[in-house]
Design a binder for this molecule. Structure first.
Ligand code: 13P
Ligand code: SF4
Length: 302
């Protein structure tokens, strides 16, 4: 039996849905019921009437799915698949900052672990970060953990004092001006799409900046035949599937090794055993849900 057939057969046995982030390897994306960006998937899970969710992505994504769906069982095929940027927040340091700066609102990117979310006023994603920060009453803001996304927000929010945490995503931080320039020299008509986790000089070169879901939408809708994509290389699987007539080029083939710790073998094991289950302390989960809900209220304009 092929991997796809095995997944289908295992899903038939129970009340199970398989979801995968856009950076998962092609076969896992193809086997998934839903593929999307980090927050979009967590939100999607809230709409599903299902008991078991096998979440193929990194730790904070599976955690967010559970935080928003505490009545469901969220299974993460490889708990060691962790986002190093989310781990760049030292909780003791954050608490000390809050004690020193009681008038500062803490805004955390969804790429944070549950302890950080529990200490935050509001969360944001790469697609709504500017809107969330603009909506705050507080003049002083601490944005964490991504200094590059923070820099991107600062371009649009001039009337607030924004302090940036010194975190970054190695995969995106390494995408260089040189690698994009080389592709642009070869394909001058190509449109450049980048994730806001890229460095400011790379963002300056972009025709479009957005989350993985935003980039996919733009890739499909764009009139350009060739596109240079500044994000993880397996995003290309989805783009080539949805826009087969276009050509996609990834400068330096950015790779997130943490995402790839989820393998087809581990997905099958999780579907069979419904393990490993994501567990979060109830009180911590309640506290972490508030900033996520606040973000969704801002999205709805409440
Ligand atoms: P998205 O929320 O845009 O999918 O990004 C998640 C991520 O980990 C980017 O590196
Ligand atoms: Fe984390 Fe970067 Fe990997 Fe995204 S690409 S999961 S931010 S390490």
């Amino acid at each position: 039996m092929s991997f796809q057939e095995e997944v289908k057969a295992l899903k038939k046995r129970g009340d199970i849905v398989l979801v995968a982030h856009n950076y998962q390897i092609g076969p896992i994306q193809d086997a998934a019921d839903y593929v999307g960006d980090s927050f979009g998937l967590a939100k999607k899970v809230t709409e599903l009437d299902v008991e078991n969710v096998v979440f193929c992505g990194v730790d904070f994504m599976a955690e967010s799915a559970l935080i928003l769906n505490p009545e469901k069982t969220v299974i993460h095929p490889e708990p060691k698949a962790r986002c190093p940027m989310a781990a760049m927040v030292d909780i003791g340091e954050l608490r000390a900052f809050k004690r020193r700066n009681p008038d500062t609102a803490v805004v955390s990117y969804v790429n944070t672990n549950v302890e950080t979310k529990a200490e935050s006023h509001v969360c944001c994603t790469s697609s709504n970060a500017v809107k969330v920060v603009k909506s705050l009453e507080e003049h002083k803001v601490l944005f964490l953990p991504d200094r590059n996304l923070g820099d991107y927000i600062k371009r649009f929010v001039k009337d607030k004092e924004i302090t940036l945490w010194e975190g970054y995503c190695g995969t995106h931080d390494n995408i260089s001006v040189k690698s994009i320039t080389e592709l642009k020299d070869r394909y001058p008509d190509a449109e450049v799409l980048v994730h806001p986790e890229c460095i400011p000089d790379v963002v300056d070169m972009a025709d479009f900046v957005g989350s993985t879901a935003g980039m996919l939408k733009r890739a499909v809708e764009s009139h350009a035949k060739r596109l240079i994509i500044g994000t993880e290389v397996d995003m290309g699987h989805r783009m080539r599937k949805e826009a087969p007539q276009k050509e996609f080029y990834f400068p330096g083939d950015p790779f997130c090794q943490n995402m790839k710790k989820i393998t087809t073998h581990k997905v099958l094991r999780s579907l069979k055993e419904l393990q490993p289950v994501v567990k979060i302390d109830r009180d911590l989960m309640e506290r972490a849900r508030k900033p996520l809900e606040r973000m969704m209220d801002i999205g709805r304009g409440i």
